[in-house]
Design a protein around this ligand. Structure first.
Ligand code: SF4
Ligand code: SF4
Ligand code: SF4
Ligand code: FES
Length: 352
């Protein structure tokens, strides 16, 4: 680490080797506008919104891709930089006007159109457009490349972070696209349906199918919690609207997963309201399951447990409890196994 400071908007920062101007600025509480940047992957420096001026350089530099050096004097915001950002946004928006974005109209404002509003910009360069919606029959992800701005956050996250390499940039110019190998559907690709591409996409190009039309962002209450499916314990936000869990997004601040999830955490929460969940005991009578009162079910279980213990001893039992139950329920389960039945054969599906 250098002890010679750099100046960002007049604020002294001590450069760390390998750190970009953008990272140093954000660490110092100075925000720089970005669109193609995701801190978890290598920068692509494609949107040019993060341009800053460095004293002594003739041209502005992309702060996401330029390493900060001792002695640099950097300006992140002045009227000229802001006018360039407006012009760039105007170009991007000419292909992606706010009125055509399904994410904005059916879920909540996307990053691009939020920025457009902030800068007071709309698309004003009419002409040819690129991309179109793909009829991809996968159950989770809408791929509307008519809204794509080719920032490549999705392909970098898919390759570098998820290591799936399911989607890659394809083509040139107005034929540029995001495609799987042989340009097929995600179900025929190495996609793991981690949902990371949806989460990083700053536009309505990639959307969670289940979320469309369910509730607007302002109607959603986000509940921060832990994914119940396995022992990794990823941080998630449950999106609750009308008393129902309608979706999941990763908790970006959770140290365990830092915004990543797997298919179960991302898309597997519909079990919560599934009509197939058991709500009454079922006892097999004459070969078919029949609803029964709780007392009858408990009597039957207790009788069978006693018989097995008498005939084969307590270690004939093995108990397996669920990570989808509460900690208290899991505690009671091990207590029941050890203190009531008398065996240490107790395990939990979270111990993976
Ligand atoms: S869901 Fe995950 S694996 Fe599939 S394309 Fe998106 S990032 Fe890649
Ligand atoms: S699909 Fe989204 S994340 Fe991927 S390149 Fe297009 S705009 Fe960027
Ligand atoms: S099931 Fe997936 S999302 Fe859930 S905690 Fe485990 S790894 Fe994380
Ligand atoms: S965020 Fe740096 S070029 Fe896009």
């Amino acid at each position: 680490m250098s002890t010679v400071a750099a100046l960002i908007d007049g604020k002294a920062v001590v450069p760390i080797e390998g750190e970009s101007i953008l990272q140093a600025a954000r660490n110092a509480g100075i925000d720089i506008t970005t669109l193609c940047y995701d801190s978890r992957v290598e920068p692509s420096a494609s949107c040019r919104l993060c341009l800053v001026k460095v004293k002594g350089r003739g041209l502005p530099v992309a702060s996401c891709a330029q390493e900060i050096r001792p002695g640099m004097e950097i300006i992140t915001r002045d009227s000229e930089l802001e006018s360039w950002r407006k012009a760039i946004l105007g170009l991007v928006l000419s292909e992606n006007p706010a009125g055509e974005c399904r994410k904005c109209s059916e879920i909540g404002p996307c990053e691009l159109h939020k920025l457009a509003k902030e800068y007071g910009v709309d698309g004003h360069f009419p002409g040819a457009t690129s991309g179109q919606i793909l009829d991809d029959p996968n159950p989770f992800i809408v791929r509307d490349y008519g809204q794509c701005i080719y920032c490549y956050r999705c392909t970098r996250v898919c390759g570098e972070l998820e290591q799936a390499h399911a989607i890659v940039p394809m083509g040139r110019g107005f034929r540029t696209g995001i495609a799987t190998a042989f340009d097929g559907g995600l179900l025929d690709s190495p996609c793991t349906f981690c949902g990371q591409c949806i989460q990083t996409c700053p536009t309505g190009a990639l959307m969670d199918k289940k979320m469309l039309g369910k509730a607007r962002a302002e109607e959603v209450n986000k509940v921060r919690t832990i994914c119940p499916f396995c022992g990794t314990g990823c941080g998630i936000n449950l999106h609750v609207a009308g008393g129902k869990v309608i979706d999941v997004t990763p908790d970006w601040k959770a140290a365990v997963n830092q915004g990543s999830l797997c298919i179960k955490g991302q898309f597997g929460m519909d079990f919560v309201h599934s009509p197939d969940r058991l709500t009454r005991p079922l006892i097999r009578k004459d070969g078919s399951f029949t609803e029964a009162p709780w007392e009858e079910a408990y009597d039957l279980i207790a009788g069978k447990f006693r018989k097995i213990k008498e005939e084969s001893g307590p270690d004939a039992f093995a108990f397996f409890s669920s990570a989808r139950s509460t900690s208290e329920s899991n505690y009671l389960m091990q207590k029941f196994a050890r203190a009531v039945v008398g065996t240490n054969n107790i395990d939990n599906c979270a111990r993976t």
